[in-house]
Design a protein around this ligand. Structure first.
Ligand SMILES: [Mn+2]
Length: 473
């Protein structure tokens, strides 16, 4: 069966990427099946617990569609991560549907039909005849019968709970089917959003997900090292961008996880700076926030280093505070606090340490010091990380950490040029140090550990000079 090219890499056609039994890299058919069982189980037990009106369910999770920059020129395709998590299917315009009648369930993957002309241009598709076996679902059907399938099901099962995310439409074709369906049958149906259940599952990483996260963080760490080495006065931020991109992709990453931020000097105080078009000079520190995507899993790392190889005393003192906050917050993960608790700790640490430097002396209460720290670091110091950079956003940051979660720890201080609270030689300094941390029973594991961050190592790395391709600096 597998010798034939499908719409995505398989063991038969891409043995260098996919091992036997896997649908996507390191993730087996049986793991995907297990995820679907868990979701079905969660939804069934939730419905029972909440005394919902029915034991009959229809769960609909669509794939993304290709987005176009202009005409027929596509952006890189990125699959809807909830759909990918449940199916392993990498093709656009598909849809995953589960029907549950009392205790019995059936999973159906709707895929694009064979289209000789389209496939001549875009490559093979996995049609419904191959999809059921390959993805391990009960059946597969062409996407163009989705509407009839759903309407047929509601006629057959009158009392029904529909699980579909109406708040965040992913695929217009599926969304219009669902909207019309609800407007025709809505009075007899209950509608619920399945997303939170999928995110609760995605929050705790399986062993194969941890392996993929280790890999994506290792790749990005190594790419950071190479990028820091090649930075030197006169280089343009975009050239560091190109270097980082190359070093990630040559190690197997398919994409950047997000457009990197490469901000020299005072530009580091612009939190989402992404123009990356300025020249770096000897006295600048440069803040780089970058990560890659490796078989669907994202890294998200920030390092800040002196372009000339040595921090000024002011730069060094701010860096030291952020470094110590980063280490302290990571250490706190031992006792499984919430992400919000880490944020509060960051504000205290940053505020108090600035006071020890002899700054902010006019603020007397801890509350007022924390308020200044909050102005200096307007972003949270943590988010969940996984298939998405800001992973599982429906999960509150007030819950306690649990083993299997992966989070970022990213304290920062940004003193912009207009900030008169600080002496002139501190203004325009922006520092962030961000690591990716796996929470385990026995304590935090820093997945981005390969990339140095202490002052001595970072200055040493920044003083190295590895050349860009000839002619470029
Ligand atoms: Mn981050």
């Amino acid at each position: 069966m597998e010798m034939k090219a499908l719409g995505q890499p398989t063991h038969a056609t891409h043995p260098h990427i996919i091992n036997k039994g896997e649908i996507t890299s390191l993730t087996t058919r049986s793991e995907y099946k297990h995820r679907r069982f868990v979701l079905i189980d969660q939804i069934k037990s939730h419905a029972k617990k909440m005394h919902m009106a029915s034991n009959n369910h229809l769960i609909v999770v669509p794939a993304s569609s290709t987005q176009y920059m202009s005409g027929k020129i596509p952006y890189n395709f990125r699959q809807n991560t909830d759909f990918l998590y449940l199916t392993g299917c990498l093709e656009p315009d598909c849809c995953f549907v589960t029907t549950i009648i009392n205790e019995e369930f059936s999973t159906t993957l709707f895929t694009r039909e064979t289209d000789k002309n389209a496939e001549k241009w875009d490559g093979p598709r996995t049609n419904h005849r191959d999809a059921a076996d390959f993805f391990g679902v009960n059946q597969s059907l062409p996407i163009n019968v989705l509407n009839d399938f759903i309407r047929g099901f509601v006629k057959y099962v009158a009392n029904l709970i529909v699980w579909y995310n109406f708040v965040n439409p992913i695929q217009m074709h599926v969304h219009s089917i669902m909207e019309n369906f609800m407007s025709d049958f809505g009075t007899t149906l209950t509608c619920e959003n399945p997303t939170i259940f999928i995110q609760q599952m995605r929050l705790i990483k399986s062993p194969s997900e941890v392996a993929l996260m280790r890999k994506t963080c290792r790749i990005a760490s190594d790419a950071f090292i190479e990028t820091i080495k090649c930075s030197s006065p006169g280089i343009i931020e975009s050239q560091l961008n190109a270097k980082f991109d190359f070093e990630c992709k040559i190690r197997g990453a398919e994409n950047m996880a997000y457009p990197p931020i490469i901000a020299g000097g005072k530009r580091a105080c612009i939190i989402h700076y992404s123009n990356n078009n300025q020249v770096l000079s000897k006295d600048d520190v440069v803040l780089m926030d970058g990560g890659c995507e490796y078989h669907g899993y994202c890294s998200d790392i920030t390092r800040t280093w002196p372009v000339g190889g040595a921090f000024s005393p002011e730069q060094k003192s701010i860096y030291k505070i952020v470094y110590e906050a980063n280490c302290e917050l990571i250490d706190m993960c031992k006792s499984f606090p919430s992400l919000d608790a880490l944020y509060e700790r960051m504000l205290i640490t940053v505020g108090v340490k600035l006071q020890h430097l002899g700054l902010l002396s006019r603020y007397e209460t801890i509350k007022s010091v924390m308020k200044v720290a909050q102005q200096l670091c307007p972003h949270h110091c943590c988010h969940f990380l996984g298939m998405d950079v800001h992973d599982t956003p429906m999960i509150k940051r007030s819950i306690k950490m649990r083993p299997g979660m992966i989070i970022t720890v990213e304290p920062g201080i940004y003193i912009n040029e207009e900030n008169t609270l600080f002496p002139k030689n501190y203004r325009g300094i922006g520092v962030r140090i961000e690591d990716d941390v796996l929470i385990t029973e026995t304590g935090p594991v820093v997945l981005s550990d390969f990339c140095p961050k202490d002052i001595e190592q970072i200055e040493k790395l920044a003083s190295e000079f590895s050349k860009l391709p000839s002619g470029y600096i």
